[in-house]
Design a binder for this molecule. Sequence first.
Ligand SMILES: [Zn+2]
Ligand SMILES: [Zn+2]
Length: 628
Amino acid sequence: MDLKEMQAAVQSVLPPDCELTKLEFEGPQVVIYVKNIKSFYSDEHLITKIASKVRKKVLLRVDSSELMAPSSAEAKIKEIVPVDAGVQELRFDPVFNEVVIEALKPGLVIGKGGLVLKQIVLNTGWSPRVLRAPTSPSETERAIRSALLSSSDQRKKFLNTLGKKMVLPSGSCDWIKITMLGGFKEVGRTCMLLQTPKSNVLVDCGMNTDTSDATRAYPYLNAMNLALEQLDAVILSHAHLDHSGFLPYLYAYGYDGPVYCTPPTRDLSILLQQDCLKVMNAEGKGCPYGEKDIKKQLNHMIVRDYGEVTDVTPEVRFTFHNAGHILGSAQVHLHIGEGLHNLVFTADIKYGRTSLLDPAETRFPRIETLLIESTYGGKNDLLPRYDECEERIAQTVREVTANRGKVLIPVFAVGRAQELMVSLENRLQQENIPVFIDGMSKEASAIHTVYPEYLRRNVQRRILQNNSPFDNPMFKHATSKERKAIVESEEPCVILAPSGMLSGGSSVEYLKMMAHDPKNALLFVGYQGAMTLGRRIQSGEREVPILNERQKLDALKVNMQVHTIDGYSGHSDRSQLLAFLRNLRPRPQRVFTMHGDEAKTDEFARTVNRMMRIETRAPMNLDSIRLR
Ligand SMILES: [Zn+2]
Ligand SMILES: [Zn+2]
């Protein structure tokens, strides 16, 4: 259906006194502008009727000529919205005819069945976009929100152009192929290219930050044999840098298309990329992209919630499904060529209970091909139960601190840190042991409070009741200046610091200061990549090379205790991966393994083959596989 046909279809269902003044595409959705909004609302099912006519998501806006002046509209909105909603900020966006309302309790701005929202549109003409304010101030959220608002003009142009491309006729889709550009038979730099005669779509574009070897750090983009301008879209599973870290590079070198991700993934990936840039520059490594490329990427990000079917090209559409791994993490379901083929790319999944998230989704409309992670797919990767791990972590903390020692836990600042905070709060809040949170975990936690609907029900409820676990006074945020004092103080404590594999960041700073004292403990609770400092210490080395302030190598003696508690992971262990496959509906016709050391992806592929008696394979980087 082209623009003209769509206009006619919409006009045919509008009431006679409601005038359609404009219909346009904004990326994957259709926006209609009308005059006399009151008559539009005389039929409450009208918007659904229109959506089914044009077969796309439809947004309604009032024609610019009928918008109330912002100053009067602001007064009117304050009259309409209950005071309890805790409105923090109102900003008008004349490019999208929207008013952005940031509130502590968005539910009250929306009202029962959207009643309050409707009142706002009817009375002022402005379409409200409601955002949740974080429970503690977040610099990242503030910066992202104002960057998006100040670039409305560019965003609108980008979305309009993109939308027009998506309604082009699709033609026949007689072949489908995928090419593995990174993250196959390895962990890090995940990247896959999906191609059809007319579509080139990337799924993830990660970077391996745990290696300084450039040949292993970045995905093989040059093997695409495509100019970046020819890429149609990138679909991003979640914010971790091994999936998102190389995205800004695409924008630095000519890509101008969209990145689709969930709203939390957008915010967390910006946070992580900015931090990565800072760390790489500080360590003198140099980063392949700059701040302005991250900003450009932000302007091209289109957010989609779980379950929203989204057209990417005329031949490819996708839907995100919960992956249970970190806030906003998604499995990507791709529907290619009008029912020709369905592919699920799990990315990182947790199929089990954690303190923060629901387990990964196992129901899909159709699956022919499944690509599944196998970080813990090896024969011996059977992890203890999650609640046992939680208790063992708490017990280790009790023992070390009872002996006046300090516990250093290297963690991923995004995901693991928040998971641990909720667990520690659960088990240790009566015990008066301060927990210092270093690095950007504070920002990451604040972002969690903006998206409670992505969290497990009980955490969600606490955030909605303004009793966020992350705001518990047992957690103290440590700045870089305070590190020395924390370590030198007599007080026992716990320190959560990134990076999670001691491959840089403040965990290494703490390690240097704490390693000599056998009262202290280093506690590993997450995956340690091959070749990382974390892996070396974990596997028993007690004298390790470490960079000093002059960027020269020193030998560091590790006299502190070293504990590893396996099982406290955002990844599924082997039995959870197998349970995921058993419960997966429908059954896929073939399975490819990825995101694991070589031996694990191979071994897991063999196991799946024996268990399911279907085609399985562990592809390697640079393999291309034809699916149809
Ligand atoms: Zn991840
Ligand atoms: Zn990953």
